[in-house]
Design a binder for this molecule. Sequence first.
Ligand code: ADP
Ligand code: MG
Length: 216
Amino acid sequence: MTFANLGLSPELLLAVAARQYTLPTAVQTEAIPAVLAGQDVMALAQTGSGKTAAFALPLLQRLQQDMEEGSKQRKVKVLVLVPTRELSGQVGQTIETLAEHLPKKLKVAVIYGGASINPQMMHLRGGADVVISTPGRLLDLLDNNALSLQHVSTLVLDEADRLLDLGFADEIKRILEQLPAQRQNLFFSATFSPAVKKLALALLHEPKRIAIADLT
Ligand code: ADP
Ligand code: MG
């Protein structure tokens, strides 16, 4: 399997080549077509298996197709929830570099707690296409009407196991209440536990199941 065979656009293939990804990883091979098709996905795969690009590449492709040319006011269409500030930055950077050659420029907002909220509120003025956030700070911003989740078409839970380990279950629940009921859900975790399973069941609708991890 090659990235080209997975149905990615020439601009994304260029970005993949620039990062020296020669072949898609197993989780990418399985997830990319499903995400492109709009399916929900539940992927269990160990750390380092390439989960970020597995959701970022197909979501970037779909965002390009759906984007209105020259529209200035941006609505959040993809929301990625991550457990930590560090991961928020890493995922944001990966998405930015993979989007580098796309003809329609995307605005990506990286949001996290433990830093002043004002610059983040300023950055969200005029909207964003993709928001990557830790749960607590996202709720603070929602309480401040700094962004709206009414137009989110895809929700990604990245490192769902760590989100739960860090005690974010209630925050996630409150965020879910603000999302449109009709949406795509992508669920990524390195480990599987009863709590992870419960969250996945609550969230996912007939998901494509990808299990590349050892499920011990
Ligand atoms: P995970 O989220 O599963 O822990 P990441 O998405 O962070 O994994 O990717 C781990 C590393 O592998 C990163 O350095 C990333 O750039 C690299 N990587 C991702 N996909 C590929 C690929 N197809 N070929 C080579 N390296 C890749
Ligand atoms: Mg990851």
